[in-house]
Write a protein that binds this ligand. Structure first.
Ligand code: GDP
Length: 195
């Protein structure tokens, strides 16, 4: 998709605040610093649209980005802040549960992991959670440019194995620097959103 028009429609906490246009939604989840804003910016051809390095402790909201009046990217707040209180964490968990469990418009979830390392426990929990809700899943391994080409296959198999990906799940390695993987990610999004 060629993206020209993007707008942050709303930062929502409660279902009553979710947009009511009925456009298909693709959610993006990952721990802070994994490269989520960089991926969103690459997909929409902007440098600094989605904020980078979202700050720990900041209000945790679901950010709905209207893409060309055709779909929403839903930026799910990063998980794995060491400093967030147990209470905040529970609040975050409930917000995600509510969204992932009930949202009819949600057509797929992109779960980001750092391709340089074995996925963390929190990455594994996120994928388990998405499997539980039977949501179409694309795992994106980020920062590919930081891995030598000879290790790409190994990185892929480590991610698949650690996250227990199934035949239905997709995995794409991506670099926000070289844009490698971007077309495959868009193809998956268009397929899920039936654009
Ligand atoms: P977020 O917190 O998940 O939104 O992560 P950001 O997109 O802000 O990225 C965190 C840091 O990793 C920033 O310094 C980015 O420049 C860097 N980064 C993100 N993606 C890539 C990538 O594909 N390659 C490289 N080399 N650095 C990246």
């Amino acid at each position: 998709m060629q993206v020209h028009n993007v707008e942050l429609t709303i930062s929502a906490v409660k279902p009553e605040q979710y947009p009511d246009k009925g456009y298909p939604e693709i959610a993006l989840a990952g721990r802070s610093n994994v490269g989520k804003s960089s991926l969103i910016n690459s997909l929409i051809n902007r440098k600094n649209y989605a904020r980078t390095s979202s700050q720990p402790g900041k209000t945790q909201t679901l950010n709905f980005y209207n893409i060309e009046d055709e779909l929403y990217f839903v930026d799910v707040p990063g998980y794995g802040y060491a400093k967030v209180s147990q209470k905040e964490r529970e609040k975050w968990g409930r917000m995600l549960e509510t969204y992932f469990e009930k949202r009819q418009e949600l057509k797929g979830v992109i779960s980001l992991v750092d391709a340089r390392h074995e996925p963390t426990k929190l990455d594994q929990q996120m994928v388990e959670f998405l499997h539980y809700y039977n949501l179409p899943l694309l795992v994106v391994g980020t920062k590919l440019d930081k891995i030598p080409k000879s290790k790409w296959n190994k990185a892929e198999s480590t991610i698949k194995k650690t996250l227990k990906l199934t035949g239905k799940d997709r995995l794409v390695l991506f670099s926000a620097v070289t844009k490698q993987g971007k077309e495959d990610i868009w193809a998956w999004i268009e397929q899920q959103a039936q654009l």
